[in-house]
Design a protein around this ligand. Structure first.
Ligand SMILES: Cc1cc2nc3c(=O)[nH]c(=O)nc-3n(C[C@H](O)[C@H](O)[C@H](O)COP(=O)(O)O)c2cc1C
Length: 189
């Protein structure tokens, strides 16, 4: 089996709580994003972009999430607020894949959004191939307009995925995978 097939067969998500430094940075992070940008893209519209959260930017973003959570949940305890703040602070590198799908004469929005999903997956696979691990998550804040505006998203932009990348700190057991006979059919047989 080729290395690529082994990687695809064995890859699984590692939750952010089990990701720590080091993560990709500098030229390696640039390479990771360039690989993620090589996905099928009908019409070559580039209907997605990246926002990287690392270093002090990651801390700032975590504060935004905590502040908006507190405003939305005035009865929340300090512990609950701390959990929300921590969401972006586990993995050393967090990348938001922003979908900027727009009405187009030929290319449906659905196809543009699918392309953004492909970006997330390509990024995860490439991160694993570089020796890191990761998770593709969203969570409430990825749908909260105030948070999105603070992160610099326009009104017509959405988050397709928040990809957390780092070095796994613990072995993660695999989850149940689909029963292939339940999801594969052969047309005409
Ligand atoms: C668009 C999208 C958003 C997701 N958001 C979350 C999330 O917010 N929280 C969560 O626990 N899993 C979320 N997941 C699921 C995880 O990424 C992942 O599928 C799961 O942990 C198992 O991963 P694996 O099949 O790669 O091992 C999301 C998946 C997708 C495709």
């Amino acid at each position: 089996m080729t290395d690529t097939l082994s990687l695809l067969k064995l890859r699984r998500s590692v939750p952010p709580q089990f990701l720590s430094a080091p993560g990709p940075e500098g030229a390696q992070l640039d390479e990771l994003l360039a690989i993620a940008a090589r996905v099928p893209d009908h019409g070559k519209l580039v209907p997605w972009r990246f926002i990287v959260f690392s270093g002090s930017g990651r801390e700032k973003a975590a504060e935004v999430v905590a502040r908006v959570f507190r405003a939305r949940n005035p009865e929340a305890s300090e512990e609950q607020v701390a959990v929300e703040r921590q969401r972006l602070l586990h993995a050393p590198v967090v990348v938001a894949v922003v979908s900027r799908a727009r009405e187009h004469v030929k290319i449906p929005i659905w196809e543009q959004e699918l392309s953004a999903g492909a970006v997330c997956m390509a990024m995860l696979v490439a991160a694993h191939a570089m020796g890191y691990a990761g998770s593709w998550l969203t969570g409430w804040f990825a749908f909260d307009r105030e948070v999105l505006t603070e992160f610099g998203l326009g009104e017509d932009e959405r988050i397709a995925g928040v990809v957390h990348i780092g070095t796994p700190t613990a072995p993660i057991t695999d989850r149940t995978r689909p029963v292939m006979s339940e999801i594969v059919s052969h047309y005409g047989e």
